[in-house]
Design a protein around this ligand. Sequence first.
Ligand code: MN3
Length: 200
Amino acid sequence: MAFKLPELPYPVDALAPYMSARTLEFHHGKHHKSYVKKLNAAVQETRLEGKSLEHIIQKTAGKSAQVDIFNNAAQVWNHNFYWRCMRPNANRNPSGMLAKQLSEAFGSIASFKKQFSQAAGKQFGTGWTWLYLDGDALQIGCMSDAETPVMNGHKPLLTCDVWEHAYYLDYQNRKDDFVKTFLDKLVNWDFVAQQLNENS
Ligand code: MN3
């Protein structure tokens, strides 16, 4: 069973004006699609063919001979997850148990957003900014290129793609504006809360 490009969970123009249809057409329809195609070609007739993305990521992480498989598998996983982290007409802030746990871990919701933004801002070059669970501890981290908490057995809760292809058409060099808009206008906090609940 080859991997497939999942449909976006909303129409391609649904996140405008914060993320344009043009960005989603390129990012989902070309970048993400290309990772899926390259991954299928790379695992064909290897022992990894037919295995889950998580299995492939964990088996190839840190192995230089399999870096091509790792990069494409992790990018497929990360993008599959990223689209689900956003929704149209999103609430500005989380509520309920998620809000309580974020406030306990990071001081307040505003402080969580500030720390997440700072982590994204510090990422030099391509990468992803994450909120994830390490055991029961909520952590913010930036990881380079295709790296993902999945490779370490951690549980991702939220991610922001900070590769230039994620924001350049809409924000050009204003990465900080993109991350702020992502946190205030695009995050599907219900999805983040669901990921947290799956763990308990
Ligand atoms: Mn991307």
